[in-house]
Design a protein around this ligand. Structure first.
Ligand SMILES: NC(=O)c1ccc[n+]([C@@H]2O[C@H](COP(=O)([O-])OP(=O)(O)OC[C@H]3O[C@@H](n4cnc5c(N)ncnc54)[C@H](OP(=O)(O)O)[C@@H]3O)[C@@H](O)[C@H]2O)c1
Length: 224
């Protein structure tokens, strides 16, 4: 079932913005967040309800609950993400790099999830945009180990959200593919439109038995 009332967190550009574009195109009501004026303007131009939110700040993340008070989202997507240093070995991250990546990818999700708990429609789909790079079982390279650690931690957050929301929502960690965005780079495999269309199809097809799974954009199961 395609979503009718959607929340996208981290939607100023890239995959998040494309979710907004496609869900608006199909006629859904969309609420979406960005932290910059430019990002907010892009959301307004697409007809979304635009909320300012920097997930890496305590004040920002705590400001989400009241503007969505009374909402019943049938689809919530946490898309905000930051790659951080492009390391190829075991270079120790600086404190600032560690904080920026972990605060955006992990702490932000842990702050946002409690705030959206009362705004989920019965049977809602909740997706944390994770990455195959966070998979421990599929690990073949230490490249970007800080980002990998953050997405492995995000997967843990997803597992807990699935337990906490069991019976109320279907929660999944989604790998969007290697996507042509600022993060994925021009040489990536998938256009952002194709990645998001594939994830939308997967989200629409989810059933209760999918709660707590880690899925590729096309719905294939991924090893944790
Ligand atoms: N592209 C890929 O190949 C790929 C592969 C696997 C997973 N992913 C994941 O997919 C998600 C979207 O990535 P993308 O490819 O669209 O990357 P992107 O083009 O770099 O976009 C990143 C998004 O995250 C937002 N963001 C970063 N820090 C934030 C903060 N503190 N508060 C709120 N929003 C923040 C950015 O907002 P600003 O404009 O304000 O910076 C932007 O909207 C991320 O979680 C990423 O890890 C991407």
């Amino acid at each position: 079932m395609e979503a009718r009332n959607v929340l996208v967190v981290g939607a100023s550009r890239g995959i998040g913005l494309e979710f907004v574009r496609q869900y608006r195109e199909q006629g859904a009501r969309v609420t979406a967040t960005a932290r910059s004026d430019d990002g907010l303007a892009r959301l307004v131009a697409l007809g979304a309800v635009a909320l300012r939110l920097d997930v890496a700040t305590a004040e920002g993340a705590s400001a989400l609950a009241w503007p969505i008070d009374g909402e019943a989202f049938d689809c919530v997507i946490y898309c905000a993400g930051f790659y951080g240093p492009r390391t190829s070995g075991l270079q120790a991250p600086t404190q600032d790099d560690f904080d920026a990546v972990m605060h955006t990818n992990v702490l932000g999700a842990m702050r946002v999830l409690p705030q959206i708990a009362d705004a989920l429609a019965p049977g809602a789909r909740l997706a944390l945009i994770s990455s195959r790079m966070g998979s421990i079982g599929l690990r073949r390279s230490p490249d970007g180990w800080l980002y990998r650690a953050s997405k492995a931690a995000l997967n843990s957050v997803l597992a807990d959200a699935a337990l906490a929301f069991a019976g109320r929502a279907v929660c999944v960690a989604l790998h969007p593919g290697w996507v042509k965005t600022a993060m994925g780079g021009a040489g990536a495999e998938l256009d952002v439109g194709a990645s998001v269309a594939s994830m939308r199809r997967t989200l629409a097809a989810l059933g209760a038995a999918d709660n707590g799974r880690f899925l590729n954009h096309d719905g294939q199961a991924l090893a944790w």
